[in-house]
Ligand binder design. Structure first.
Ligand code: CTP
Ligand code: MG
Length: 401
């Protein structure tokens, strides 16, 4: 669900170039973008960074026609999956193939090598800030080694390194400008550009240098892949496991059933509230949204909005699941405690767990429903309403910094 504040912001897309053959890295174990570093494929690592970035909407991956199966497996856990196109014989042709499928209402496009899995969100922000100001942008590092120009192994001259930068990706551009520039280069048979910024420079777009990162290496040789793997294995990084909680209360009013955790239970009263007043699912929705800082149920489904009157609360849970998954989150478990004097929850517990497991898309043993009375104390004890507390654990891509 779109937030009001998002609508004013320009939409950006990312192209991930993964159609190369990785010849320099050696192909015995398959193309380098599908090799595992730190337990997941290079491509998944790269996609995690872009798919979880709040300023990036669409992601298009250029893949090789021979890699459809590898791609399918590597992107299985992303929901929704990024879209993909078949790339070309050169990096430049793969880029153009992807540029051609990006929707016209996109403002900026980032073009990134799948073989650079260690790019980060702050670098993406720096590039997008420059693009929003109308420029092209290249993350780059000032060259720190002394540079020698040599012929036949003999130094001819020392090249002054002042003002020299080593370019990385993601490079960013206003979409229309870079697409027109790529089309022009292709129609003139110019396939000698070594990056997209060079094409942008060729058509006169100002290209700004933004700070790159020494970690943002391109995995080119087998040694690079081995070093990346060692670095991840040896790091003290913690997996990004997050816990969210939620709480909700609804009061009783005259009626003949209550809906709790997706199950209708006959009762001499009903719960009052917007939608079907399913306290358990409302608390669960909040717990899920809490794992990624996405506000609460009221942010996404304002109680004042008549369209939610009487609806089944499973749609709230399913929207929260979609938000979590869009950020690469995997739901590890969910637990709901219902606090009520009546009705009795025990006979319905398994049906509730099954309903929740289906909404969450997880196995039954990852879902728990518990119930307690309030020992006749307070508003719950007087039978005036029902409360629910929920906890959700979601594992997000990457590590805790
Ligand atoms: N790439 C692409 N289409 C091509 C060639 C390259 O999408 N026809 C992508 C690669 O998959 C990689 C990025 O462009 O993510 C940078 O290219 P490079 O590091 O050269 O990768 P490869 O071309 O796969 O490797 P090699 O040159 O060693 O074969
Ligand atoms: Mg190459």
């Amino acid at each position: 669900m779109q937030h009001a504040t998002d609508e004013a912001r320009p939409r950006h897309a990312a192209i991930i170039l993964a159609a190369g053959r990785g010849e320099r890295a050696g192909q015995a174990d398959g193309p380098k973008q599908y090799r595992r570093v730190g337990g997941i494929t290079v491509l998944e690592r790269t996609l995690d960074v872009f798919l979880s970035h709040p300023r990036i909407g669409d992601v298009v991956v250029a893949i090789h026609a021979d890699d459809e199966d590898l791609y399918h497996v590597a992107t299985q856990r992303f929901a929704p999956r990024p879209s993909h196109v078949i790339g070309g014989a050169t990096r430049q042709e793969s880029t153009l193939a992807a540029l051609r499928v990006i929707e016209n209402d996109i403002h900026g496009v980032l073009i990134h090598d799948a073989a650079r899995p260690f790019t980060d969100a702050a670098m993406i922000d720096r590039v997008l800030d420059a693009v929003e100001a109308g420029h092209g942008a290249v993350p780059a590092l000032a060259v720190s080694d002394t540079l020698k120009k040599a012929q036949d192994g003999i130094v001819e001259t020392t090249v002054p390194r002042a003002g020299l930068y080593a370019a990385q990706t993601p490079q960013g551009f206003p979409l229309a400008t870079i697409r027109d520039a790529h089309e022009k280069a292709a129609s003139e048979g110019r396939f000698d550009f070594t990056d997209d910024a060079a094409i942008a420079e060729w058509v006169g777009l100002p290209v700004r240098i933004v700070e790159g990162s020494p970690d943002n290496v391109k995995l080119t040789w087998a040694r690079d892949i081995a070093m990346a793997n060692d670095r991840l294995a040896g790091s003290n990084a913690f997996p990004d496991v997050r816990t969210g909680n939620g709480y909700d209360v609804h009061s009783f009013e005259p009626g003949d059933h209550v809906t709790l955790c997706g199950v209708a239970i006959p009762h001499d009263r009903k719960l009052n509230g917007h939608s079907d007043a399913d306290v358990g699912l409302h608390a669960l929705t909040d717990a899920l949204l809490a794992t990624c800082g996405e506000g609460d149920i009221g942010t996404h489904f304002p109680p004042s909005d008549p369209q939610w009157r009487g609806v089944a609360s499973r749609i709230f849970v399913e929207e929260a699941v979609r938000i979590v998954r869009a950020r690469g989150g995997r739901i590890a478990n969910a637990d709901v405690s219902l606090i009520a004097e009546a009705p009795k929850v025990g006979p319905h517990r398994d049906a509730m767990r099954a309903a929740m497991a289906a909404m969450l898309g997880v196995a039954l043993d990852r879902v728990s429903v518990k119930a307690t009375t309030n020992e006749k104390l307070g508003f719950i004890g007087r039978g005036e309403g029902i409360a629910a507390i929920a906890t959700a654990t979601v594992i997000y891509p990457g590590e805790v910094p």
